[in-house]
Design a protein around this ligand. Structure first.
Ligand code: FAD
Ligand code: SF4
Length: 499
C-alpha cells in the first residue's frame, strides 16, 4: 500500500492555498473538508505515523504523547498532567474512543457565548450525525465489557443509578484494553484511519515530522524532527491561509511564541481541563482484571451536578501514592485482580491560561477554584458510595496524596473534609478545551479577529467545555468552521457522508 503521508528529510519547501498545522481530531476534519472542497492543502504534523506500533508504555509515551507525556499545568494545586497525543491522528491515536454527543444544555450556553456562530440544534446535530457515521460510533456490546466495566455496571445497577455501556468509535475492537498505547489491531477508527487518508485522496499533501515553531500570515516554518522530536532539518510552507489545529495547548502556544498581535490578551485564556480523580476499591469479585474495551462503561447519575464516572485503567503507579509500604504494598499488588477503579470527571468552572513556551515546554497556568474543589469532594464521596454500597468493597482509596483507605462511609467523609488541601490532589486531565474560542478570539470561520489569514480550528475553538469526553464535539465544530472557511476561500463543500 502506498503511504498517504510523507516523511521529509533534510529540507522541505512547500506552497499551498491552505496549510493546516496538526493532524489530530480537528486538523483531519479541516484538511479533508478543505481538500474535498477543491482547495490545495498541505498538512504539517509534528509527530510521526503510528504504523510502527509501540510495544510498551515508554515507547508509546515518548513517540505519541505531547512533550513525552510530561506536559503539566502549574498552579497552586500540584502540577496536573495535561496529556495530549502526537502523531498522524493526534490524540485520537491514544484516546479511549469514548463518544458523547454534545449535550443540548452545553449548546445553549455556547450560543450565548458565540451568538450567530454556533448554529441551532438541528444544524449542529445534523453535522454530528455525519461525524459519528464517519467514525462508526456504536454502543459497546456486553461481550466487550472488561471486568472493571462489569463490576461498575453491576454496582450502579444495585444502587439504581443511571448507567450505560459507553458509545465508542471502535468498529473493530477486540477488547485488549490498550487504547492509550495506540490500537495494535487498527480496531479504533482514529482519524489516521478515516479522515486523513480521505484528505490525501482528495489531493492534500500530508507531512509528518514537521514541528512548527513560527506562524504568521502566509507562512509557517519550523524544524523537521525524528519520532522522538530531535531536529533533523528545516521546513517552511507558504500559503494564502494558515489553519492552526495543533490542539488547545499548542495552538495558543504557537501564536504566543510567534508574537501574534493580541491586544486584549484573549489568546490562551479560558482554558478548561475537565480534571479526573480516581476512586479505587478492593472488591470481592475476582474477575475485575478481565480485559475488555478501554473505558467501556459510564455512570451519569450525577450529570446535573456536572460529573460523570467512567471506568478507569488502573496503573501500578497509582499505588505509589497510597500509604502502603513494604509487605503491605506487596500484598496489595498480589490482589490487583480484585481492584476496581472509576474516574470521576467534572465539568470544571475553573479557567486557566496557556502562555508561550520555554525551551519547547508549554506554560500552562491553572488553579482549581472553590466550586470545583467542593465538586471533587463530592466525586470522591459518590465514587466511594458506588464501590462500598454498590459492590461491597472492603475499602476504597482516593487519588489524594497520603490518604489511607476508607472502609465505611463515615471514614470516607472524614477522609474527604471540606478543607481538603488542593496540594494533596493527584489530578489528571486529557480534555483541554477553549483557549481560542469562537466568538471571543475567532470569527464564524475560526479566523482570528486580530489577524485575518490565520484560523484556529481544534479543541481550542470550543466556547467552553463540553462536560463530556469532547472528541465528537471537536470534530463537529471543525467540520462546521472549515466548511464555512472553504466556501469563503472559493471552494465547494462536499458531503461528509455521501448520499
Ligand atoms: C489519553 C487521552 C484519552 C482521551 N480519551 C478520549 C475519549 O475517550 N473520548 C473523547 O471524546 N476524547 C478523548 N480524549 C480527548 C480527545 O482526543 C481530544 O479532545 C481531541 O483529539 C482534540 O482534538 P485536537 O484536534 O484539538 O487536538 P489533537 O487531536 O491532540 O491534535 C493536535 C495535533 O497537533 C500536533 N501539533 C501540536 N503542536 C504542533 C506543532 N508545533 N507543529 C506541528 N504539529 C503540532 C500534535 O502533535 C497533534 O497531533 C482523550 C485524549 C487523550 C490524550
Ligand atoms: S480496546 Fe484494544 S482493540 Fe479495542 S480499540 Fe482499544 S486498543 Fe483497539
Amino acid at each position: 500500500m502506498t503511504a498517504w503521508w510523507t516523511l521529509p528529510v533534510g529540507e522541505l519547501r512547500e506552497r499551498a492555498r491552505v496549510v493546516v498545522v496538526g493532524a489530530g481530531a480537528g486538523g483531519a476534519f479541516v484538511a479533508a473538508t478543505l481538500a474535498e472542497a477543491g482547495l490545495d492543502v498541505v498538512v504539517v504534523e509534528e509527530g510521526h505515523s503510528s504504523d510502527k506500533k509501540p510495544r510498551n508504555i515508554p515507547e508509546a509515551t515518548s513517540r505519541h504523547y505531547a512533550e513525552g507525556s510530561f506536559r503539566t499545568s502549574m498552579g497552586s494545586n500540584p502540577p496536573m498532567p495535561v496529556v495530549g497525543g502526537r502523531g498522524l491522528g493526534g490524540s485520537t491515536l491514544v484516546n479511549s474512543a469514548l463518544c458523547f454527543r454534545t449535550p443540548e444544555s452545553t449548546l445553549d450556553e455556547w450560543r450565548e457565548l458565540a451568538p450567530g456562530i454556533v448554529p441551532d440544534d438541528d444544524e449542529w446535530y445534523a453535522v454530528q450525525d455525519q461525524v459519528e457515521a464517519v467514525l462508526s460510533v456504536a454502543q459497546t456490546p456486553d461481550h466487550l465489557l472488561s471486568g472493571n466495566d462489569r463490576v461498575q455496571k453491576d454496582a450502579a445497577g444495585r444502587l439504581g443509578w443511571s448507567e450505560f455501556n459507553a458509545r465508542r468509535n471502535a468498529p473493530g475492537c477486540g477488547g485488549c484494553g490498550r487504547c492509550h498505547l495506540v490500537c495494535p489491531t487498527r480496531g479504533k477508527a482514529s482519524v489516521d484511519l478515516t479522515m486523513l487518508p480521505r484528505a490525501a485522496a482528495a489531493g492534500a499533501r500530508i507531512y509528518a515530522g514537521c514541528l512548527v515553531r513560527h506562524v504568521g500570515p502566509g507562512r509557517v516554518e519550523g524544524e523537521l524532527v525524528d519520532e522522538y522530536g530531535h531536529p533533523t532539518g528545516t521546513f517552511s510552507v507558504d500559503a494564502d491561509h494558515v489553519v492552526l489545529s495543533a490542539g488547545t495547548i499548542s495552538t495558543p502556544r504557537i501564536l504566543h511564541d510567534s508574537g501574534v498581535v493580541d491586544p486584549d490578551g484573549e489568546v490562551g485564556r479560558g482554558l478548561c481541563l475537565q480534571p479526573v480523580h480516581s476512586i479505587l476499591a478492593l472488591i470481592p469479585d475476582t474477575q475485575v482484571y478481565k480485559r475488555g474495551a478501554t473505558q467501556g462503561h459510564v455512570v451519569d447519575e450525577f450529570v446535573d451536578d456536572r460529573m460523570i464516572f467512567e471506568t478507569n485503567p488502573t496503573l501500578s503507579a497509582m499505588f505509589a501514592n497510597l500509604p502502603f509500604h513494604g509487605t503491605q504494598l506487596a500484598e496489595l499488588l498480589a490482589q490487583s485482580h480484585r481492584i476496581a477503579n472509576t474516574g470521576g470527571l467534572i465539568r470544571d468552572t475553573s479557567r486557566g491560561r496557556v502562555l508561550g513556551s520555554i525551551n519547547g515546554v508549554a506554560r500552562i497556568a491553572y488553579d482549581l477554584n472553590d466550586t470545583d474543589m467542593a465538586r471533587i469532594q463530592r466525586v470522591f464521596r459518590r465514587g466511594a458510595e458506588l464501590w462500598l454500597e454498590g459492590a461491597g468493597a472492603e475499602w476504597v482509596a482516593f487519588t489524594i496524596h497520603g490518604q489511607p483507605p476508607a472502609r465505611t462511609m463515615d471514614e470516607v467523609i472524614a477522609h474527604t473534609p471540606d478543607d481538603l488541601a488542593r496540594q494533596r490532589l493527584l489530578s489528571y486531565a486529557s480534555h483541554p478545551q477553549a483557549t481560542c474560542s469562537v466568538g471571543r478570539v475567532t470569527d464564524h470561520t475560526g479566523t482570528l479577529l486580530e489577524l485575518p489569514g490565520v484560523s484556529c480550528i481544534d479543541a481550542s475553538a470550543l466556547p467552553n467545555n463540553v462536560g463530556r469526553n469532547p472528541q465528537i464535539s471537536v470534530m463537529t465544530m471543525a467540520r462546521l468552521l472549515s466548511s464555512r472557511l472553504a466556501e469563503e476561500l472559493g471552494g465547494t463543500v462536499q458531503p461528509l457522508v455521501p448520499a
